[in-house]
Design a protein around this ligand. Sequence first.
Ligand SMILES: CC(C)(COP(=O)(O)OP(=O)(O)OC[C@H]1O[C@@H](n2cnc3c(N)ncnc32)[C@H](O)[C@@H]1OP(=O)(O)O)[C@@H](O)C(=O)NCCC(=O)NCCS
Length: 162
Amino acid sequence: MVVPATPADIDAIMACERRPGYEATVGRWSREQHLAGLADPTHRYFVARRPDGAIAGFVMLQDVAIEADSILVRRIAVAEQRRGHGRQLLGHALHVIFDELGAHSARLGVRAHNANGIALYSSLGMREESRREERGHSDEAVSVITMTMSAESYRQSKRSNP
Ligand SMILES: CC(C)(COP(=O)(O)OP(=O)(O)OC[C@H]1O[C@@H](n2cnc3c(N)ncnc32)[C@H](O)[C@@H]1OP(=O)(O)O)[C@@H](O)C(=O)NCCC(=O)NCCS
């Protein structure tokens, strides 16, 4: 079940971001940053809740506005990989972006070495649009891919996989 996050979920969200091995692929925010994000009307947070109530992962959107052109999937992370939670969370995020918010496109940035992320995004129909070089935490060069999906391709994929 994917539901909007509340401040009570911040510990679990921070634990997801901080899982060993995730530091090379996903950003981390402090409690204060997440509290500010949850209160910010241009952000949306959703958590995947397991039947026992535990948080299986989260997704954060940014650039949400009344007439949003493009909405950014800013962050997604799961507590346990390859159990379908990433697909569930991104599927819900795309539903909110296109069906509820009526945006024209969804976009995200993923590091080129993040095969799991790219596989998830591609499997839901997102496509590479461009690449840029950025500086990582230790000033190393990192290649970041922008992946996007248009409202039209979202609707087409819904028609093929209702
Ligand atoms: C990226 C991430 C969110 C994917 O979530 P997940 O729950 O592991 O993914 P799912 O189990 O829902 O898999 C969905 C699909 O993605 C693809 N996929 C995901 N991980 C994969 C892997 N290791 N190898 C191949 N395909 C993979 C598959 O197509 C998969 O569908 P399938 O299981 O039917 O074959 C997760 O790996 C994660 O939290 N990574 C660390 C944080 C991170 O990198 N976030 C993204 C930053 S851009």
